[in-house]
Design a protein around this ligand. Structure first.
Ligand code: PMP
Length: 317
């Protein structure tokens, strides 16, 4: 099968290494950032992480909503009852100093992770060590094309009484991986998952917005979604542009009659959806509302202060 062939051929790591990583308070060589095989998180998914973007601007670098990401990381750890000795502020400082140590000035991705380390196989992990690490690497695009073909996954989104989707828990991503691989093997760029109530929740690594007759809707927090920082940014931007945004249940069939659909995420940015289940969305082109939000978002992440929101951007140098 063609898709499988492509997957097998791609055995080279996609990530371009940088010189240093940060681990448990120290800046160390990338090659030394290793973990024991019996690390609890490797076996049981007992970790929490973040995905943050830095945007190169000349010789400077702007990080988008740094504080919000580290706040969410600490909250995810609280949800999992994973204790860390680091505060959000300390991790933010570590992150900035790591980028400077690597002298990274191009678009990048930042991956902080807090996880249960090596001790034993007790699922309760009481008194087990907690590790913290930050990795940064150059990064441009998550999706390789400007408009996406998505499907509704046959996998249901996990929900709060299982493992809470509002926290960015390592183990939660098995659910996303199942949906993403199924979609890729069927020739789609991304999968959307329905929640336990049969309503739209989110993509495997993005939130979703639907536009119909000039009104924007997005599934609410109770719909088994991550409290996306890009989602929050887009809701604020849309309201500033006098667009109506409501958080409510979104049914699968609404996607088939929508004028515009787009996904939002730190890695994905604002990603227009052109087809859902091979059915064309609207006129099959990137719609005007998606376009204007995408433009506004691009300006803001790249530190265009004239749009306000300079508090969302942290300068590294
Ligand atoms: N949902 C899931 C499951 C995700 O993994 C992500 C990416 N972090 C998002 C939504 C979007 O969140 P954010 O905009 O904060 O990156």
């Amino acid at each position: 099968m063609v898709v499988e062939l492509e997957m097998n051929e791609r055995h080279k790591p996609e990530i371009q290494k940088t010189e240093f990583v940060w681990m448990n308070g120290k800046t160390i060589a990338w090659e030394d950032g290793n973990i024991p095989l019996m690390t609890h998180a490797l076996h049981y998914g007992t970790g929490v992480f973040e995905g943050i973007r830095g945007y190169g601007q000349g010789s400077n670098m702007f990080i988008f909503r740094l504080e919000d990401h580290f706040e969410r990381l600490i909250n995810s750890a609280r949800v999992c009852d994973i204790e860390t000795k680091y505060t959000a502020k300390e991790l933010m400082e570590a992150c900035l100093s790591l980028i400077r140590s690597n002298d990274l000035r191009e678009d990048c991705y930042i991956r902080p992770i807090i996880f249960v380390g090596f001790s034993g196989i007790n699922l309760g992990f009481i008194n087990y060590p907690t590790e913290a690490a930050i990795i940064v690497f150059p990064f441009k695009h998550y999706f390789s094309k400007p408009g996406l073909d998505v499907c509704i996954s046959s996998w249901t989104r996990l929900y709060d009484p299982v493992t809470p989707p509002l926290a960015k828990i390592c183990g939660n991503y098995v659910n996303s991986v199942f949906a993403k691989r199924e979609a890729a093997k069927n020739g789609y760029d991304e999968a959307l998952m329905l929640n336990a109530q049969g309503k739209i929740s989110e993509g495997t690594g993005e939130n979703i917005f639907v536009v119909r007759k000039g009104r924007i809707a997005t599934p609410a927090m109770g719909a088994s979604i991550l409290d996306g920082i890009t989602r929050n940014t887009i809701m604020e931007l849309a309201r500033e542009m006098q667009l109506e945004v409501v958080e409510r249940d979104v049914g699968r069939s609404e996607l088939y009659v929508a004028d515009e659909v787009f996904l939002t995420g730190t890695a994905a940015g604002i990603a227009p959806v052109l087809t859902v289940d091979r059915r064309q969305v609207g006129d099959g082109k990137v719609g005007p509302i998606t376009k204007s939000l995408l433009e506004g978002y691009s300006q803001i992440v790249q530190g265009n202060m004239s749009l306000g929101h300079d508090d969302w951007v942290t300068k590294v140098y």
